[in-house]
Design a protein around this ligand. Structure first.
Ligand SMILES: *[C@@H]1O[C@H](CO)[C@@H](O)[C@H](O)[C@H]1NC(C)=O
Ligand SMILES: *[C@@H]1O[C@H](CO)[C@@H](O)[C@H](O)[C@H]1NC(C)=O
Ligand SMILES: *[C@@H]1O[C@H](CO)[C@@H](O)[C@H](O)[C@H]1NC(C)=O
Ligand SMILES: *[C@@H]1O[C@H](CO)[C@@H](O)[C@H](O)[C@H]1NC(C)=O
Ligand SMILES: *[C@@H]1O[C@H](CO)[C@@H](O)[C@H](O)[C@H]1NC(C)=O
Ligand SMILES: *[C@@H]1O[C@H](CO)[C@@H](O)[C@H](O)[C@H]1NC(C)=O
Length: 331
């Protein structure tokens, strides 16, 4: 919470302080000095001067130029003796002229300074001066702009699936210093918990083991070692979700066909058999012959049984007699 509230105020304070310094000190010829980009120049109050490799000193510092001109320089001089002072001078040079600069007193030897550079520039010269009483040691180092640059992430990312292959294409990352496609390398994160894939081309293929899975694709870029000694990746691009709606549609169609066809057949069968089924479920109420309706209307079951049976017997008797008569006739 403390850091959060301090951060926005600190640069404003620094900018007021440093711009005041700037008006006093406009005559620096630091940009006119001939400097070797890869060497750290160490100068001390004893008059000694030496050139060493930047990685051979215990103190660390670096500058990065982000897209839209944000320059961020940071340093860590943790070996600074107690009570020693560290002053930091950041000079932005456009050729031999100084385009911008900041002078910062760094009390604990660790800090960073960032601001938006609107001026054209070609290099940044950092000066660190460690002083204690009347002794001092200064470090001077020059960065060429190409080496500071952090690319803006690739844009126009498109991911598609063709014949079980995942295909990803993208546009070149944004750079101030090069548009040569062979100067970039990329990392692809497919959202699959595996480590990012290293890619040098502008096209990426992957054989999908599970084409129905949802893939998310994001890419970052940096300049490669063949063109620049750069090592900082750009931000990740926005994430593209792989459009697998075609696959989902196909599965839907297959599922609906495999389930739907039997259902339709079943429905047709039911319609055809509806008649019989309804007969089984709701059998027709038997309708008595007209000659019994008289008895039914009288609502007297005993008389119905009593009178109906002799009538049936009579009928049977007459039938038997008929057949006997017929049989006699034929013999
Ligand atoms: C500092 O130099 C710049 C250009 O080099 C100039 O525009 C500006 O007026 C100078 N400032 C002062 C205070 O001399
Ligand atoms: C860096 O630090 C180590 C241990 O703290 C020390 O031995 C070494 O001399 C230092 N190197 C330089 C160049 O100051
Ligand atoms: C500048 O660099 C420092 C040190 O690496 C970092 O903490 C800080 O967040 C950076 N600021 C910006 C705006 O990138
Ligand atoms: C370093 O700082 C000391 C004390 O402020 C100063 O005398 C000296 O000239 C500075 N050295 C350089 C190279 O600027
Ligand atoms: C993105 O693609 C469109 C159309 O293909 C193109 O016009 C545009 O320039 C591309 N953007 C970048 C940054 O390359
Ligand atoms: C990709 O490159 C980075 C550094 O360049 C390396 O650490 C990593 O192991 C590489 N990954 C693969 C899968 O080769």
């Amino acid at each position: 919470m403390k850091l959060f509230t301090v951060h926005p105020v600190w640069p404003i304070f620094l900018s007021l302080w440093a711009s005041q310094c700037g008006t006093e000190d406009n005559s620096s010829d630091v940009c006119q000095e001939d400097m070797n980009p890869d060497e750290l120049n160490i100068l001390s109050s004893s008059g000694q001067m030496e050139y060493v490799d930047k990685n051979d000193v215990n103190e660390t510092f670096s500058c990065l130029l982000y897209p839209r001109g944000l320059l961020n320089c940071s340093w860590s001089f943790q070996t600074l003796e107690k009570d020693a002072q560290l002053s930091v001078h950041i000079n932005v040079c456009n050729g031999n002229t100084r385009a911008d600069y900041w002078n910062i007193a760094s009390k604990d030897g660790v800090g960073f300074k960032y601001w938006n550079l609107h001026a054209e520039f070609k290099s940044v010269i950092l000066e660190f001066n460690m002083s204690l009483h009347d002794k001092w040691t200064s470090y001077t180092y020059m960065y060429e702009m190409e080496l500071l640059e952090v690319l803006s992430p690739p844009s126009n990312i498109s991911a598609s699936v063709k014949d079980k292959y995942l295909m990803v294409t993208w546009s070149l990352p944004g750079s101030r210093t090069t548009t040569n496609p062979q100067c970039f390398e990329y990392q692809l994160d497919l959202g699959d918990q595996e480590e990012p894939k290293n890619v040098t081309a502008k096209l990426f293929y992957k054989d999908l083991n599970d084409p129905t899975r949802t893939y998310s694709v994001r890419i970052r870029a940096r300049k490669n070692k063949e063109c620049f000694l750069s090592h900082v990746w750009s931000d990740w691009s926005h994430t593209v979700w792989l459009d697998q709606s075609r696959f989902k549609l196909n599965t839907l169609v297959i599922i609906s066909i495999s389930l739907g066809v039997p259902m339709i057949l079943l429905a047709v069968l039911l319609l055809v058999r509806h008649q019989r089924v309804s007969e089984l479920l709701f059998p027709p109420i038997p309708c008595p012959p007209p000659k019994y309706i008289y008895f039914l209307e009288r609502n007297d079951p005993s008389s119905f049984v009593h009178l109906a049976q002799p009538a049936k017997v009579e009928e049977e008797i007459t039938e038997v007699e008929d057949t006997k008569e017929n049989a006699e006739k034929t013999f």
